[in-house]
Design a protein around this ligand. Structure first.
Ligand code: GLA
Length: 355
């Protein structure tokens, strides 16, 4: 149902924000490191208007679910928690947010590691900025969105997803230094396009496993007496760490170096090799892959026309990303999916999108 059918009048403002896929630089953002995401075509859209009964009302078209907030001391669950978090954080910044009606509809797949939650947060904040003329820029939006994720969804995430949703587009790669928040817009690798295939395996451990990896990295940085693992550039400095911290830190340090190599300018071939190396590192050192993703990524890597492939996002399930020869994405995807599904899985092509 649309906004008018739910709330009885037309919306006063609307905004959209995209999901993202990360090409390189995984599990580096909460180590103050470097990332290379790009926006995907799928977006989340919010429409808003003032509510007349003193309560916030949120409606998700995808879930056909309506949540009303009568007590601002009680955080709702599910999709409403992200919207609620954004409102609470804006109020904590000193802005007065009136009671609102908010309608959300999303094309960003949920649970595939393509940042559906960041897209919802950024779209919500953009919508509120537009309706209330709030003086917040796109970087501030990303920072508030990240706080909403940490404090209201309970994931100790870095800032990549929210920065990507707030600043990236589908035609470029966004290089981000997550310590300084400096960005650089890079062209997509020459002669290549992006292919995203979902493994069909939901990210079951994404919350607990993710927070545990983050704690391991912080412990490694403490033992190495640096502010964050970003401050280590040479893996030989990791020798003194006990296992598994040494392996976790080795992933982060080598992954940062891979991103910095891309920043120097590399061929599409080399970009692909770095993606393959990233997957091996995430699988063996960081241990966030699962058999389904290893199978899918392996099939992609051995297919002609594929420069490189890896899991994308937090891991523990979700999607793979590949860099493939221009205009060949769909044919490659269909060939790979057929073999993947024959192995007993149920994958799905997410980018290029069908719409
Ligand atoms: C999730 C988090 C990000 C980032 C990635 C892994 O998407 O939200 O901050 O840590 O995992 O690179």
């Amino acid at each position: 149902m649309d906004f008018k059918q739910i709330f009885g009048r037309a919306p006063e403002a609307e905004a959209i924000a995209p999901g993202r896929v990360n090409l390189l630089g995984e599990h580096t953002d909460y180590n103050d490191g470097f990332v290379l995401p790009t926006a995907i075509p799928q977006c989340t859209k919010v429409q808003l208007g003032l509510s007349t009964d003193g309560q916030h009302h949120f409606y998700s078209k995808n879930l056909d679910e309506r949540v009303s907030i009568s007590d601002m001391l009680l955080t709702p669950s599910g999709f409403a928690s992200y919207i609620f978090g954004c409102i609470q954080l804006l109020e904590r910044e000193g802005y007065t947010i009136p009671s609102i009606n908010l309608h959300v509809s999303s094309e960003v797949p949920i649970g595939s590691g393509l940042s559906s939650s960041a897209a919802l947060e950024v779209a919500t904040l953009r919508g509120l900025r537009s309706m209330l003329n709030l003086p917040i820029d796109d970087v501030r939006i990303a920072q508030i969105a990240q706080q909403a994720e940490i404090h209201y969804a309970g994931v100790q995430c870095g800032i990549m997803d929210q920065m990507a949703s707030s600043l990236a587009d589908t035609k470029h790669i966004l290089f981000l230094d997550t310590r300084s928040l400096q960005t650089r817009v890079l062209p997509l690798p020459t002669g290549a396009e992006i292919l995203v295939i979902d493994s069909g395996v939901p990210r079951t451990l994404a919350g607990s496993g993710y927070n545990q990896r983050r704690a391991e990295c912080e412990e490694a940085a403490r033992l190495l007496r640096v502010k964050a693992l970003r401050d280590i550039t040479d893996v030989s400095a990791l020798e003194e760490l006990p296992l598994p911290l040494r392996r976790r830190a080795r992933h982060v340090v080598t992954e940062d170096n891979r991103v910095l190599e891309v920043l120097q300018g590399v061929s599409t071939q080399r970009f692909g090799e770095l993606m393959n190396a990233s997957h091996a590192s995430l699988r063996d050192d960081y241990e966030v892959s699962v058999p389904a993703l290893d199978t899918l990524v392996g099939l992609l890597q051995e297919t002609p026309g594929v420069f490189g492939a890896r899991l994308t996002g937090a891991g523990f399930g979700g999607a793979s990303v590949a860099l493939v020869a221009s205009a060949e994405a769909r044919a490659i995807a269909e060939a790979v999916l057929e073999r993947y599904n024959r192995a007993g899985y149920l994958g799905q092509i997410l980018v290029p999108s069908v719409s």
